[in-house]
Write a protein that binds this ligand. Structure first.
Ligand code: COA
Ligand code: ZN
Length: 307
């Protein structure tokens, strides 16, 4: 029998979003020095991308109001990239001044979410990114584009996949090199993942190499969704050490897919990542006391229970 996994990618690039997407959704304010150490430990674990922080309005996300100090405080290794989130020109100026050499912009597939999150329509958000992307191109800084609510919206429920594709095509036309498709509220199921990626790559003609997936584990489907994405040819997966970052729309529920859980599955399946799972576990153990709760990663919990 031919294995149903015969066509899975041989290697996966894991994009660590814990210090940004994770910590911005934690109630606790983690001290700057500990954030810096956390980022350095994650980079030291071999993660090729460690999203470090966010140059957004400190009123919107007080947890990351120390972005400049975090960014200029990290001792960088040669290989990993340390992208930061940027919503507008002001954020880009702050990011460049702090030494950022990779950025991400973010919008959504649904209007109500975009309004609540960044106080703009989708079209306005795209217009805000144009000068940011132009600045990035002048500086030789690569730009990733996040699209939230691709698989469902906390305000609108079901989201038309074509709407997400339109946003994706606008972002790519601007010169953005990588898209991350987000299941912001953790509602996706594997069939939907296959449908969305199929539409993007077949009808939308978007190269699969430019697509990353960003699943939340709110309802326990994140790893199943990753597997479906891999079967669709995706080889870039976002995750958060320890599963940091609860879900603001479902208080108490899990948020981001945990890096440890993802790495455990990929390692078991013989898919290369270049990441040392035990070192990610050490990074999570280091940051856990600052969170005020047990990290949601199942691998982490199993490891802690067995010591
Ligand atoms: N960095 C720091 N401050 C910023 C900023 C940035 N990138 N962008 C705007 N501000 C400040 C302005 O200077 C202004 O401050 P003031 O009132 O003291 O003059 C204030 O924020 C409002 O600015 P405005 O341009 O009117 O923005 P807004 O209120 O419409 O908010 C965003 C728009 C995008 C700046 C804000 O909604 C935001 O930062 N959202 C981030 C949300 C987020 O990160 N979500 C998670 C990621 S998925
Ligand atoms: Zn997330």
């Amino acid at each position: 029998m031919v294995s149903p996994f015969a066509r899975l990618p041989r290697s996966v690039r894991v994009v660590e979003v814990g210090p940004r997407d994770g910590l911005q959704n934690e109630k606790a304010l983690v001290p700057t020095e500990q954030k810096i150490r956390f980022i350095q430990m994650l980079a030291g674990a071999g993660l090729p991308v460690v999203e470090a922080t966010s140059f957004v309005s400190p009123r919107a996300i007080p947890q990351l109001s120390d972005a400049s100090d975090v960014m200029s405080g990290i001792t960088r290794l040669a290989t990993p990239s340390y992208p930061v989130l940027v919503p507008n020109v002001k954020g880009m100026e702050r990011a460049l001044a702090a030494g950022a050499r990779a950025i991400a912009v973010f919008t959504a597939a649904s209007e109500s979410f975009t309004r609540h999150n960044i106080n703009a329509t989708i079209a306005e958000s795209l217009a805000n990114f144009r000068p940011v992307v132009a600045m990035a191109q002048r500086e030789g800084v690569p730009v990733r584009g996040y699209i939230s609510t691709v698989f469902g919206c906390p305000y609108e429920g079901r989201v038309e996949t074509r709407q997400a594709l339109d946003v994706a095509q606008d972002l790519l036309a601007m010169g953005i090199s990588e898209l991350s498709l987000g299941d912001t509220i953790g509602v996706a199921t594997p069939n939907q993942v296959i449908d969305v990626i199929g539409l993007f790559t077949e009808e939308g003609n978007i190269p699969v190499e430019q697509i990353a997936v960003h699943f939340h584990d709110t309802r326990g489907t994140a790893l199943a969704n990753v597997l479906a994405a891999l079967q669709s040819g995706i080889s870039i997966v976002d995750s958060s050490a320890g599963g940091l970052g609860g879900c603001p729309y479902a208080p108490g529920a899990a948020g981001n897919l945990a890096t440890e859980d993802l790495l455990y599955m990929l390692r078991g399946m013989g898919i290369e990542t270049g990441v040392d799972l035990e070192k990610v576990l050490e990074a999570t153990s280091f940051i856990a006391p600052y969170l005020g709760h047990m990290p949601t990663s199942k691998y982490y919990q199993a490891a802690m229970a067995s010591v």
